[in-house]
Design a protein around this ligand. Structure first.
Ligand SMILES: *Cc1c(COP(=O)(O)O)cnc(C)c1O
Length: 475
């Protein structure tokens, strides 16, 4: 016997296939798919054993492996993109799809998806119309701009605006403190380059004065661009030029002012202590010629890039062949139109738009919900210490980096298994649960968990806890 070889601990594929649970599944999934699933499960275990992982005996029994194969088969039938419980506390999580839509907006997208729609037809005249008409007026009302248009995302909006205003090598002045990277591959100098504009850096990283802009102006200068530093802040000895001041100066020199505000906040959140994010209408009021923002950040709508501002620029952008390449689809427009409708009354927006509701949930409510969770987990011989802690949530997604939203988290300190093991099992079950990890603990922040998800979250926690109790109890 060679007991040194850990791979000998794995049962044969044929042995796992004898398990009753898989015999049933062969009827609905077919023998080939079931065998394949068993091979995959065994393959994963083999890799882990080869990597020196000390797997529990209970994790290598034919019955357990058959169950894993069953789960794998069932999961393969799930849609690839599917709902996840976000217990990270990050309200705008780019990896989790940013803003969840309001019920009404989601419904509109669903209805549009499964039917023909009046996307480009004027129903009263029967004539062809433009898809942008579904959102144009609402965008102008929301922002106070004279014209507006929508493309697939803010990155596309930025490229289009730069092409229109400064394409063909004209210069755009940008403060060195605003040459940001938003993540992915959105870096301002690269965006400039692909749009054919020439970047002219102004000032220093921490200090940019009006006189710096003045010094940089030349015959080729077409515009000045302000970019909201969405995802970082420079603190200490800093100075930037206020938008009103920049506008007054730029317009005296016939320069166009572009304001990339990023997050698209459309209501004042300062009563909730959430300050520091530019409000769309304030930029228009300050005189910016073109204002850009995302649809799926603080606006709380579908992925989109909004371009708001002067009629002649918007018309010029719409004539760019590249505009057609980044036009929004019917589902996006349907959801965006309904999202914008909610903003006709700011209170309604705060109630209906999930992002705004999550950010403004009173911290006492979160405390009560966490306590109730803790009580439910208590007394179930839960294999972890559970506590409720005051903590901080972040809007995330490149927004409100400085603004700490007070919250409460459910802290789970496992008695069995590591916090990584717990996080893995929470992530890979159904529905998947995403949490925060800290030294030896998991943090579940209910600020980003919808009340309708609480029961499922509780169930998932109990399921994962049970799996650790079982593996500890077996020989
Ligand atoms: C997020 C962000 C962008 C990119 O927007 P997308 O909609 O993700 O393309 C651009 N500029 C700023 C300032 C941002 O915050």
């Amino acid at each position: 016997m060679n007991d040194d070889n850990p791979l000998r601990r794995l049962p044969a594929v044929s042995r796992v296939l004898e398990e009753a649970v898989l015999a049933e599944l062969r009827q609905s999934y077919g023998t080939a798919a079931v065998t394949d699933a068993v091979r995959q499960v065994l393959g994963e275990r083999r890799q882990r054993l080869q990597a020196g992982d000390s797997l529990e005996a209970a994790e290598l029994t034919p019955a357990h492996l058959a169950q894993q194969a069953r789960l794998r088969l069932q999961r393969q039938r799930l849609p690839s993109v599917r709902p996840v419980i976000n217990a990270t506390g990050i309200v705008l999580h780019t990896n989790l799809g940013r803003a969840p839509l309001s019920e009404a907006a989601a419904q509109a997208a669903y209805e549009a998806a499964r039917s023909y729609v009046n996307l480009e037809v004027d129903l009263s005249s029967g004539k062809r119309s433009h898809r942008q008409e579904h959102v144009r007026q609402a965008l102008c009302r929301l922002s106070g701009a004279e014209a507006a248009t929508v493309v697939n995302n803010c990155a596309a909006a930025t490229i289009l605006v730069l092409r229109a205003v400064a394409g063909g090598g004209k210069e755009v002045l940008i403060s060195r403190g605003q040459l940001i990277e938003i993540g992915g591959s959105f870096r301002i100098p690269d965006i400039m380059a692909v749009s054919g504009a020439t970047l002219r850096e102004v000032g220093t990283t921490n200090i940019t004065r009006l006189s710096d802009y003045e010094k940089a102006v030349g015959p080729q200068t077409a515009a000045v661009m302000r970019i909201h530093t969405s995802n970082y802040r420079i603190r200490g000895f800093t100075r930037t030029v206020a938008l009103e001041e920049l506008v007054a100066w730029a317009h005296r020199r016939q320069l166009t002012v572009i304001d990339d505000i990023g997050s698209g906040l459309a209501v004042d959140l300062s009563p909730w202590g959430l300050t520091g994010e530019p409000v769309i209408s304030a930029s228009i009021r300050a005189g910016a010629d073109l204002v850009l923002c995302s649809g799926d950040k603080l606006l709380g709508g579908p992925q989109a890039g909004l371009i708001l501002g002067r009629q002649e620029w918007i018309a010029r952008i719409a004539r760019d062949p590249f505009f057609r390449a980044v036009r929004p689809d019917k589902m996006t427009l349907a959801a965006l139109a309904v999202t914008l409708q909610a903003y006709t009354d700011p209170n309604q927006a705060l109630n209906q738009i999930p992002v705004l509701r999550l950010l403004t949930t009173p911290v006492e409510h979160l405390h009560a919900r966490c306590q109730s969770f803790r009580e439910h987990l208590h007394g179930r011989s839960f294999p972890a210490a559970v506590e409720v802690l005051a903590q901080t949530a972040y809007a995330g997604g490149g927004s409100l980096p400085e603004i700490a939203v007070p919250t409460y988290v459910l802290q789970i300190r496992p008695h069995q298994g590591s916090e990584q093991d717990w996080a893995y099992r929470l992530r890979t079950g159904e529905p998947p649960v995403m949490v925060r990890l800290t030294q030896g603990c998991l943090w579940l922040d209910l600020r980003t968990v919808f009340p309708f998800q609480e029961e499922a979250l509780l169930q998932r926690l109990c399921e994962v806890a049970q799996s650790f109790v079982e593996s500890a109890a077996s020989p």
